[in-house]
Design a protein around this ligand. Structure first.
Ligand SMILES: Cc1cc2nc3c(=O)[nH]c(=O)nc-3n(C[C@H](O)[C@H](O)[C@H](O)COP(=O)(O)O)c2cc1C
Length: 334
């Protein structure tokens, strides 16, 4: 079997940035690469049906080479379509393909994918098997502790057992259940309580499986602690809201030499990429909307963000807006 992993993908899952719709697009991922070279990055979820029917696959699947190691997350319940998605992921050079079994949105439920599939382990197994047979990429699964009243430890363990036999190589477990009715996706990320201990217990009961824990990890220290019990720590909101907080990750998680970077250096590092994006007809705001959180908790942060927000949203905004924003930060020693 060909090993499709890029060299830096080796155990990259020890720290990962969770898939987040509207957040972890290619521009944010390139931003994160200024902060960590090693973290595993996930795409936003792509619906397998959209991949099947799209005439714009480049638009959906293209990424920049520096984004590796990179996992393509897909949503779907149709083994044939998911097999095609796996072939596409391989053809595009992704490092792995991840199946979303955690999204509780009404749209996902209507399409019979995401968290509602936790009630159908056999169906998920068929999907994973089809994906694993269709490409040489590792197939991984992101899921919840349970849904609605189907949330016992025995159901959880049956689920991972069934899916691992089907060929899943890793499980990213969002450490809370989801209520499919009555809570919207945002509430489903806050109201059901976090139960890290149940993910730890899963790892204890199935030490041979590779388990990433997700949910409520807020600092690199939290992640190190989580790694005492699990194989990987996955962080979503705290990375998006505070990207620079994670600059020690390569050092503390992967044992790389320390590498400190500040906000102006991050932005300067993004200038060549931004220039290419603009030259292809992209908008400055596509990138800048992710940069606002780089500056926080310092005097003048709010006005810097407001200024960049206003200027970068202008349809004619060019690279000089970003160059000036970086210079302002450098002058302030940030
Ligand atoms: C804005 C937003 C979008 C999300 N989109 C996805 C998604 O596309 N696929 C997915 O598996 N999870 C998605 N999630 C859930 C996160 O991946 C993660 O499981 C959740 O936020 C809990 O982790 P955290 O406490 O570190 O944020 C999303 C979360 C947020 C906040």
């Amino acid at each position: 079997m060909i090993n499709a992993l890029t060299p830096q993908a080796d155990r990259a899952y020890r720290f990962s940035v969770a898939p987040m719709l509207d957040c972890t697009d290619r521009h944010f991922r390139v931003l994160m690469r200024q902060i960590s070279r090693r973290a595993l990055l996930y795409t936003e979820m792509m619906v397998a049906q959209a991949l099947e029917h799209s005439d714009h696959l480049d638009h959906l699947l293209n990424y920049d080479n520096i984004e590796h190691p990179l996992s393509l997350q897909v949503g779907g319940d149709n083994p044939k379509m998911l097999a095609k998605a796996a072939r596409l992921a391989e053809a595009w050079g992704y490092d792995e393909i991840n199946l979303n079994v955690g999204c509780p949105s009404p749209r996902a439920q209507a399409g019979n994918f995401g968290a509602c599939l936790m009630a159908k382990p056999d169906q998920v197994a068929r999907c994973v098997e089809a994906m694993a047979n269709a490409s040489n990429l590792p197939v991984t699964v992101k899921h919840r502790l349970g849904i609605d009243d189907l949330d016992s430890d025995s159901l959880l363990i049956n689920f991972v057992d069934r899916i691992s036999i089907a060929g899943a190589k890793r499980f990213a477990v969002h450490a809370r259940k989801a209520w499919l009715e009555g809570l919207d996706p945002k509430q489903n990320r806050t109201i059901p309580p976090l139960q890290h201990e149940r993910v730890n217990q899963l790892k204890q009961q199935r030490p041979q499986l590779t388990i990433e824990i997700n949910g409520g990890l807020n600092t690199p220290k939290d992640c190190l602690q989580a790694l005492q019990n699990c194989d990987g720590a996955m962080v979503g909101r705290a990375v998006y809201a505070h990207p620079l907080r994670w600059q020690s990750i390569d050092e503390v998680i992967y044992g790389e030499p320390p590498r400190l970077i500040n906000a102006s250096q991050v932005i300067k590092g993004l200038l060549p990429y931004t220039e290419t994006h603009l030259s292809r007809g992209g908008r400055l705001w596509d990138l800048c909307r992710h940069l606002l959180q780089l500056v926080e908790s310092v005097p003048g942060a709010r006005s810097w963000r407001r200024d960049l927000g206003v200027k970068a949203q202008n349809s004619n905004a060019d690279l000089s807006v970003l160059q000036k924003a970086a210079q302002q930060l450098e002058d302030a020693g940030l």
